[in-house]
Ligand binder design. Structure first.
Ligand code: SF4
Length: 91
């Protein structure tokens, strides 16, 4: 496992995953969570400047991450106060 994680090929994969993101992703407000997702799904062109490499699940990811933003922040706040994140269910 150590060999696999530290291999040049694996490292290249990780760097490519980051470095080949289109500008549309680099400016995205949910990039911290999505990161353009899996490179195998990046075969659309961006709506702003027709750049290659946009994930075909993009609109769904954006909707999902924006939808969970508020409850995730609430759960983080609960945990910061030593409470259970499961309390979100009552909220
Ligand atoms: S949600 Fe879309 S634009 Fe944002 S990082 Fe993911 S694939 Fe890129």
């Amino acid at each position: 496992m150590i060999e696999l994680v530290g291999s040049t090929r694996k490292r290249r994969f990780g760097l490519d995953k980051r470095d080949r993101l289109p500008e549309f992703c680099r400016k995205c407000d949910v990039r911290f969570a999505c990161q353009g997702e899996c490179p195998r799904n990046r075969f659309l062109r961006t709506p702003d400047n027709n750049e290659e490499g946009l994930n075909y699940l993009c609109s769904g990811y954006r909707m999902f991450f924006q939808h969970i933003d508020r409850p995730m922040r609430s759960m983080a706040e609960l945990l910061r106060h030593g409470r259970s994140a499961a309390e979100i269910m009552r909220i």
